[in-house]
Design a binder for this molecule. Structure first.
Ligand code: C2E
Ligand code: MG
Ligand code: MG
Ligand code: MG
Length: 294
């Protein structure tokens, strides 16, 4: 109930609320339009083998390109998309764009021709059971090497309906599509599901990497997740690796794969191609030097 102080003017708080509602409506309309026009851009962040420093994977991260041409990051629109019930439409657009890029890279005669790409799925993608069937159909029709596509899920997604997700993951595994648990350690952290779900990779949440150099608890958690992964025959990825110190400590802890600004930021397609070309040039030069020094 709006309070009137004095004449017809709304109170400061009502005005603020009114403005917030207006802004949200405005954003909702913009987002629906963006989905209609598929105004999203993929960035790709390389993942590196800690031992060899080779690129062994890419994570696809979505950005919304607004009419003004600015790129908005997922933290500013994924939860709105979930609230509006349109997140699965974004997942499909992402899948479509990523598969197009995988196909293009397969013919590129660069390391990208053979590198798997992981997409992030929302917990809500599992609400509508026909959606996952649609995803399978789409992948089948796209006719890509299934090993080149991976899916990242959070524990929240798994726990919405464990039996159903178990079924979906087995189907994905039968299709050779790998599954990673994202932000591992921040969810419900029940170990039971690790026992009977078809999972390939654990991704240590970046909040642990952020302070594991100086925080003994975080260090113990990181070490434990690595041991857990290896004991279960899973790969383990550290996300948010920002410094050489962190890289070296993770390497000494036998972490398999690193992802973070220390190696590379999320890159657009042009930047990514330049990055891998530059890398292979450096590797060739090093090899030549090694040969010449013999
Ligand atoms: P995430 O899947 O955990 O992705 C990792 C996030 O960490 C990315 O943020 C990435 O840019 C950021 N990051 C990478 N290296 C570093 C680092 O060294 N330090 C720090 N501090 N951060 C780093 P981004 O791109 O803003 O994405 C945020 C989240 O949005 C993602 O977290 C993911 O949960 C979600 N998201 C991204 N793309 C999609 C998508 O296509 N669909 C859905 N449903 N969610 C997505
Ligand atoms: Mg992710
Ligand atoms: Mg993550
Ligand atoms: Mg995250």
């Amino acid at each position: 109930q709006a309070k009137h102080n004095g004449k017809n003017s709304l109170s400061y708080f009502d005005e603020k609320l009114e403005k917030d509602i207006q802004f949200k409506l405005y954003q909702e309309n913009k987002l629906r339009k963006a989905i209609e026009q598929k105004s999203f851009v993929m960035h790709y962040q390389p993942q590196f083998c800690m031992e060899t420093k080779n690129i062994v994977g890419l994570e696809a991260l979505v950005r919304w390109r607004t009419e003004q041409g600015t790129l908005l990051y997922p933290d500013s629109f994924i939860s709105l998309a979930e609230e509006l019930g349109v997140i699965s439409q974004i997942t499909l657009i992402v899948l479509e764009k990523v598969i197009t890029d995988i196909k293009q890279w397969q013919q590129s005669e660069t390391v990208l021709s053979n590198i798997p790409v992981a997409i992030n799925m929302s917990a809500l993608d599992f609400d509508d059971k026909t959606f996952i069937d649609g995803v399978f159909d789409y992948i089948k029709k796209a006719n890509i090497t299934p090993e080149l596509l991976k899916i990242e899920l959070t524990e929240t997604a798994i726990f919405k309906d464990v039996d159903y997700v178990k079924q979906v993951l087995s189907r994905l595994q039968a299709h050779s599509i790998g599954i990673a648990i994202d932000d591992f350690g921040t969810g419900y952290s029940s170990f039971a599901y690790l026992k009977d779900l078809a999972i390939n990779t654990l991704k240590i949440d970046k909040s642990f990497i952020e302070d594991f150099i100086e925080n003994k608890t975080s260090e113990a958690i990181v070490q434990s997740i690595i041991a857990l992964a290896h004991n279960l025959n899973l790969n383990v990825v550290a996300e948010g690796v920002e410094t050489e110190k962190e890289e070296l400590l993770l390497k000494s802890m036998k972490c398999d794969i690193g992802q973070g600004y220390q190696y590379a930021k999320p890159l657009n397609k042009v930047q990514l191609l330049n990055f891998v070309l530059c890398q292979s040039k450096l590797i060739n030069q090093a090899n030549e030097r090694a040969v010449n020094n013999k």
